[in-house]
Design a protein around this ligand. Sequence first.
Ligand SMILES: *Cc1c(COP(=O)(O)O)cnc(C)c1O
Length: 355
Amino acid sequence: MEIEINLAPEEFKRTSELKFLPFGKIFTPHMFIMKYDEDKGWHSPKICPFSNIELHPAAIVLHYAQTVFEGLKAYWGVDGKIRLFRVWDHINRLNCSAERMCIPTLEPKLVFEAIKTLVLIDKNWIPREKGSALYIRPFIFATEGTLGLKVSREYLFVIIASPVGAYYKEGFNPIKIYVTEQYIRACPGGTGEVKTGGNYAASLKAQEIAQNKGYTQVLWLDAIERRYVEEVGSMNIFFYFENELTTPMLSGSILPGITRDSVLKLASVLGFSVTERKIAIEEVIEGIEKGTLKECFGTGTAAVITPVGKIFYRNKDYTINRGETGEVTKLFFERITGIQYGETEDLFNWTTLLE
Ligand SMILES: *Cc1c(COP(=O)(O)O)cnc(C)c1O
């Protein structure tokens, strides 16, 4: 399928300085859009000026949340080349999410072409400062207008892009996280392992409570026993115990993060002893009290690696590594961003050059 291109007028294409970049608030001048209906399948892919989308008020997505998304980044390398990080893994996960939500899957090559074409058209909007990037958000949603609860027969696939600075306002400083035993994010048999809107809507209440108490993110426990650590906010979580780097094993209710996988693969070649297993919150607290838990960090595309300095659990704050960013946390941050910006060898072929 040929992507039709309809460029925005010159005045929309001018970049501002791209200096102060709040996450996900500024968008590039173009977007990609493609339709699906039962007769034609996916058809009419095009890139057009960024604009609002008109929807039927009964569009299924607005009522029943049949939708999926992805988040990946394009970087200006130190060599002046543009790189995408693990783009094929993101495309593959988008299709896995679509499959779970009864959304027709996409031809991976077409999705890649769409991302590549959009990024190159808007390449002046990729910020150049280290730590910043172009965040790319592909998403699919159900557009059929009906109040009957059923699988939609019509969809839109859209890709938008947003220049972003370093994710956390505080910079690469440890965050404080809040363990909730009252709310859960996902349960076995549910949709926790796919990127679909409803998961995030369901997480807002606990996130709001945590933020009102001065914490940055929620640490989620498993739905059944409220005991095993699952994820933190929209990141996976790692614990560095004496001689063991560990992360919760994928249980079906944990999002299989691509950054998580990058840390696991790098850790093996760096000689860490790495495990994926069940991690009880008591074990974490005990590790902090005894001093055997050395470091803790979150992983995700938006922030890459986020050090965790404090955990609130049952009315008490527990401080990890004196609330400072640890060496292992820094090591993974340096290694992964080094690959993303083309500074260090890409052992696993994770990056795709665009030009
Ligand atoms: C996207 C996401 C992650 C991180 O995945 P990456 O592929 O590393 O960006 C972790 N948890 C949740 C809930 C997510 O939505």
